[in-house]
Design a protein around this ligand. Structure first.
Ligand code: ADP
Ligand code: MG
Length: 604
């Protein structure tokens, strides 16, 4: 038989390589921005059309390329950044594989313009699907401009695979933020469809973080600083009370490169030890500098994961440093200082009221260790600051009081006639029904009620809005403002009214009737992160996401004590819902136990 193995032609090999390097417009943005940084630029512009699907252009003022290099840069494995294998373990540049431009040129229409400082003329090259279309001398300013048009024009399957513009833009913004945060002294500009999204001036770390995430970030930051022989750590963590329910603002940079590391994340979370509310994630911006020869960057196609020589030592140092800083900035001591006196009340004091004739469930409405969590605005310093142990021990002792109360309730049933529902462990409601009993999860039930209410007011009814006496101005990052602006109409349907959009803030004049003023920021922040995480499909509807998000944020939580009236209201409202059986997220809201089932419990 004849031989069948052949070498692939370059343009095919490039297209295959592109499959690894270029997943979506955001990947191109990352590669181009990194090249601009490697070229020593101090000023970098990113221009986009249609979420990068039509155009991604990066213009820098870096060192530029000679005419020969301009041609060479599109060859595969063509790089100026390393020469020998050992260089891989001593990298000071973002790039080193010499693959990005070759890959991008294989799957798009690319126009390069570049000029070196001392040259009279620069070079312009057009290349499409790895084929050079033209090369000319041009007069242009120092630096490089690369325009990538019609990405995936020759791979329809990949192009169709791209998500909506909102989602692709979100990915681009993520990459842009990572690069911008890694290089605070470089100024960056980002335009999307001719609108300015970011204009970041050369500055320091703190200012850069604030200009990327909005003015409200400033008060949240606790500085971190530690220098040792094997590691220096700089940056900020956000105070625990500003931790998020979604992982969002978590950034590690190692030698100025954004990386993902669940191991190091664990070290940071661990340092917050007891300061975080369950299920919430701290925000952080941590810049680690280690000797270049102690890490391996070449283990991942997009270089976002790296291997450390002494991971364990880094873990320990990172954890200790963050812990120390949290303590130093008086975040930890605040715990005792601000502690709710109710938390320290031994429970027997509260049960001394046992003998009163007051309906038992409401004897101690103030005795609620969760109160700060569930009733107060999320931004109070107390949120999430309770010691976990004392929390839990309190909860156990509460459990027993509740049981005592229950027993007593049954004993006093005649006296407490109106009592139809019981609250169990501040989590469930028990109510007797014709066929037996029903057990309701208070938080999930309330989510269902609020969800249907919001959905109705957003889509059907004239929204119930309350005008604020004093409109509040809230700052957001410019990306968040863009997003709020896109869903403005839906938000107005829900009862919000806005005024005076600027690049990083908006004035709120009115809010939905069921929202309190102190919750405005949190519900908008949660909504934005929910929209962000949503993978849109054909039935993608902001209405639904919005109603779900509001319901989740505003629902009464486990741990909230409910008065009798509240309990009954909740039960009645739940059963007047269209779909009372499940929460908007598909969890069961209640379970019933029929008399038969109860009988069976005792007949086995
Ligand atoms: P790598 O960055 O891994 O070297 P690339 O394909 O991204 O590979 O780029 C190839 C080469 O083109 C780089 O090594 C660099 O010499 C040159 N180059 C790319 N972008 C720029 C730029 N913006 N300014 C100057 N030179 C550049
Ligand atoms: Mg590169």
């Amino acid at each position: 038989m004849s031989d069948i193995i052949q070498l692939l032609p370059d343009h095919v090999a490039n297209q295959i390589a592109a499959g690894e390097v270029v997943q979506r417009p955001a990947s191109v943005v990352k590669e181009l921005l990194e090249n601009a940084i490697d070229a020593g630029s101090t000023n970098i512009k990113l221009l986009l059309k249609d979420a990068g699907k039509t155009l991604i252009q990066v213009i820098d003022n870096g060192k530029g390329m000679s005419a020969t290099d301009a041609r060479m840069c599109f060859e595969r494995h063509a790089t100026s950044k390393i020469q020998k294998a050992e260089d891989l373990f001593n990298l000071s540049t973002k790039g080193f594989r010499g693959e990005a431009l070759a890959s991008i040129a294989a799957i798009a229409h690319v126009e390069l313009k570049t000029k070196q400082e001392n040259e009279e003329l620069g070079t312009s090259i057009k290349i499409e699907g790895s084929k050079i279309i033209s090369q000319d001398f041009i007069s242009t300013s120092k630096g490089t401009s690369i325009a990538v048009k019609n990405l995936f024009y020759n791979i329809p399957a990949r192009r169709n695979f791209l998500k909506s513009d909102t989602v692709e833009t979100r990915h681009i913004i993520d990459e842009f933020q990572r690069v911008a945060l890694a290089h605070p002294t470089i100024s960056f500009l980002m335009h999307h469809n001719n609108n300015e999204v970011y204009h970041l001036k050369s500055s320091n770390l703190r200012k850069r973080i604030v200009s990327v995430f909005g003015a409200k970030m400033n008060e949240k930051l606790v500085p971190i600083n530690e220098q040792t022989d094997i590691l220096s750590i700089e940056g900020f963590v956000a105070k625990p009370e500003f931790s998020k329910r979604k992982r969002g603002e978590q950034f590690f940079f190692v030698n100025n490169r954004f990386i993902k590391s669940s191991y190091l994340n664990h070290a940071v979370v661990n340092a917050f030890d007891g300061l975080l509310e369950q299920g919430s994630h701290p925000s952080y911006f941590l810049y680690l500098t280690v000797p270049a020869n102690t890490i391996d960057i070449n283990i991942h196609p997009t270089k976002t994961e790296i291997k450390f020589d002494n991971e364990k030592a880094l873990y320990a140092m990172l954890r200790a440093t963050v812990k120390h800083s949290l303590g130093q900035y008086n975040v930890a001591p605040l715990l005792d200082f601000n502690r709710d006196a109710n938390l320290d009340t031994p429970y027997h004091l509260n049960t001394s009221t046992k003998s009163t004739k007051t309906p038992l469930i409401s004897v101690d409405p103030d005795f609620n260790p969760f109160k700060n969590e569930s009733h107060k605005e999320v931004h109070t310093p107390l949120k999430g600051l309770q010691h976990k142990e004392s929390w839990e021990s309190l909860y156990t002792s509460l459990a027993s009081t509740d049981e005592e109360k229950q027993t007593e309730l049954f004993e006093n049933q005649q006296e407490v006639k109106a009592q139809k529902t019981f609250q169990i462990q501040r989590k469930y409601l028990l109510s007797s029904i014709k066929s037996g009993v029903v057990l309701i999860n208070q938080s999930l039930a309330h989510q269902r009620i609020l969800y249907e209410e919001f959905l109705e007011s957003i889509t059907v009814k004239e929204a119930n809005s309350q005008q604020l006496l004093f409109p509040v101005r809230i700052s957001f990052s410019s990306a968040e403002i863009e997003m709020i602006y896109t869903i403005k109409t839906e938000l107005e349907n829900a009862g919000f009214s806005f005024d005076d959009f600027t690049k990083d803030s908006v004035t709120i004049k009115g809010i939905p009737i069921s929202v309190t003023e102190s919750k405005i920021t949190i519900i908008l922040e949660e909504l934005l992160s929910d929209i962000d995480l949503e993978v849109p499909n054909a039935s993608f509807s902001h209405f639904d996401i919005m109603a779900k998000s509001f319901a989740k944020t505003l629902s009464i939580k486990t741990g909230t004590q409910l008065s009798e009236i509240e309990q009954e209201g909740l039960v009645n409202d739940l059963f007047s819902c269209k779909e009372p059986t499940t929460s908007p997220f598909g969890k069961p809201t209640f379970k019933t136990l029929t008399i038969n089932e109860i009988d069976n419990l005792f007949n086995s």
